[in-house]
Structure formats: C-alpha cells, structure tokens
Design a protein around this ligand. Sequence first.
Ligand SMILES: [Zn+2]
Length: 130
Amino acid sequence: MRTYTGPTLAGGESTIECPDWCVTDHAYWEDTADDCFHKGEVLEVEPPRDRAEPARLVHPPLAANLMLHSTAKEPAAACVWLAVSESVADRVELNVAGVDKLLAEVDRFRAGLVEQRELLAAIDAERRRA
Ligand SMILES: [Zn+2]
C-alpha cells in the first residue's frame, strides 16, 4: 500500500495510507496529510468529434471520480462523492443512493440516444435512396 508522509494542520508530520485506487501524487501537491483527498482516475464520457467542425474541442459531458478524505471517518455520504463535471461549479456530491439515481438517469439517456440513432439511421437511409 502506498503511503504519504506530510505536514499536518497542527504543524506536525503524519503518514497516511492511500487506498489502492488513489492516483493522487500527494507529495507533488504538498498535501496536508490529515486534510487532503485521495482521488481515483477520472472517468469521462469522450464525445466523438463534431461532424462539421472536427477541430472544435468538446468537453466531456460527464465525468466522475471517487474522492475520499484522508482522515474523515464519517459514513461514505459525507466524504465520498462523484464529480459529475471537471468544472467545480457543475460538480455535485453524491452518496451511494445518488450514484444509483445517476446510473438510472444515464440508462434513460442511453435508451433515448439509441432511439434517436435509429431515427437518424432511418432518415439517412431514406435520403441515400432518393
Ligand atoms: Zn491518496
């Protein structure tokens, strides 16, 4: 298990153990050992390039990463969340029930996208026949 030894809020020094999924370089960020966050890989939905403007950068519509406070012992709802966006302003903190609601919403979105894909394919096929 990876560990990090760094300063504490009180001016001392402490060593924390990172969970297996933590990818944060706590030394690089000069984290306070008793007040920092373990962070997992950022999971992103990568949108395909725009058909008309392939050079235009499109931000991921959905991203998530698991974060866990280095020392807080409260239940997960208080210290574990998913960041639904890279932008802090758009970020929402979710507990397990919240993640379940988001998964249901992603499923609903996917079903709607499949319907739109079928409509687009039908229109495309019709126009290619004409
Ligand atoms: Zn960590």
